[in-house]
Ligand binder design. Structure first.
Ligand SMILES: C[S@@+](CC[C@H](N)C(=O)[O-])C[C@H]1O[C@@H](n2cnc3c(N)ncnc32)[C@H](O)[C@@H]1O
Length: 283
């Protein structure tokens, strides 16, 4: 999604500045990895099927806290994985997680700005970029870098979130159903980028563009409720004056800790979203 994470900059209720924003964003990413673990496993299993041989070196572009890097290291147990990210905070969390899981010898973080010169000189079997390419100032340049970094036959997996997850029941909204739909419509998250032509221009041959549908039914575990609370909370911070007072009041009640309607107590939360992955090969 081209606008997806620009929201991080506006996401925080408090006044902690960039560090606090990074911490909120990191929590969202970590909850995302936890709540959507089954989807992530399906995705890496599929890449395993598509790979012409067991990957030995993997590069994760815009790794964040390591959702992809860690999932790939677990799937491909012989591989060394490098996660590249601009943010030292994200990379710190990636290293912590890798150590906690006993993967520190195979997963490393590399702090670099992908808008600058290509950070790595090595050759890779698999390059991964999840919810990150749309952040880059010149994604075509990053794709060209990925092409050069892959060995012939190597695989590139680009994933984007098609739209922000939905969590609330459709009938929520104080006599006017559809509160969450109004939240999303108000924030006007633009359409996701289609990378198909960009990949071809960079020299890749598209293997498959695959849609993953995520539809986790109620009741959800506590981590999913927290995920819903943090995601909706980030949106709420941008909605003052943009939704009716009734809608804002309902949303605040849902987001508040405790209380009978709080997200933490609700048994009707679901997680509904789709993500698209382009799997392409360097010929
Ligand atoms: C939405 S997060 C996705 C993180 C991770 N790939 C995931 O799926 O959870 C986007 C990440 O891209 C990183 N990023 C954005 N622009 C970047 C750049 N120019 N160079 C390197 N990393 C960048 C951000 O710091 C952030 O960690």
């Amino acid at each position: 999604m081209n606008t997806t994470d620009t929201h991080a900059a506006h996401a925080h209720h408090g006044h902690g500045g960039a560090d606090a924003d990074a911490a909120v964003m990191a929590e969202v990413l970590e909850l995302d990895a936890e709540v959507l673990a089954a989807y992530l496993s399906e995705l890496t299993a599929w890449l395993d099927e598509l790979s012409d041989r067991e990957p030995g070196r993997i590069l994760d572009l815009g790794s964040g806290t390591g959702t992809g890097a860690i999932a790939l290291a677990r799937r491909f147990t012989q591989a060394d994985v490098t996660g590249v990210d601009l943010s030292p905070h994200m990379l710190h969390r990636l290293s912590k997680k890798a150590s906690a899981l006993g993967l520190a010898d195979r997963v490393r973080g590399l702090q670099a700005d992908l808008n600058e010169d290509w950070p790595e000189s090595g050759t890779y079997d698999l390059v991964w970029a999840a919810s990150s390419l749309h952040h880059m100032a010149d994604p075509d340049r990053v794709l060209a870098g990925a092409f050069d970094a892959l060995r012939p036959g190597g695989l590139l997996a680009v994933t984007e979130m098609d739209f922000f997850p939905r969590f609330l029941p459709d009938d929520l909204g104080m006599g006017r159903p559809g509160l969450e739909a109004r939240v999303h419509a108000t924030l006007n998250q633009g359409p996701a980028v289609d990378w198909t032509d960009h990949l071809a221009r960079a020299g890749f041959v598209l293997d498959t563009k695959r849609l993953f549908t995520i539809d986790l039914p109620a009741p959800l575990p506590a981590a999913a409720a927290r995920y819903a609370q943090v995601c909706l909370g980030r949106m709420r911070s941008r909605l003052d004056g943009q939704l009716s007072a009734e809608d804002l009041a309902t949303l605040d009640t849902v987001l508040a800790d405790g209380g009978p309607h709080s997200i933490q107590r609700r048994e009707d939360l679901t997680v509904r979203t789709t993500r698209t992955t382009w799997a392409a090969r360097r010929p």
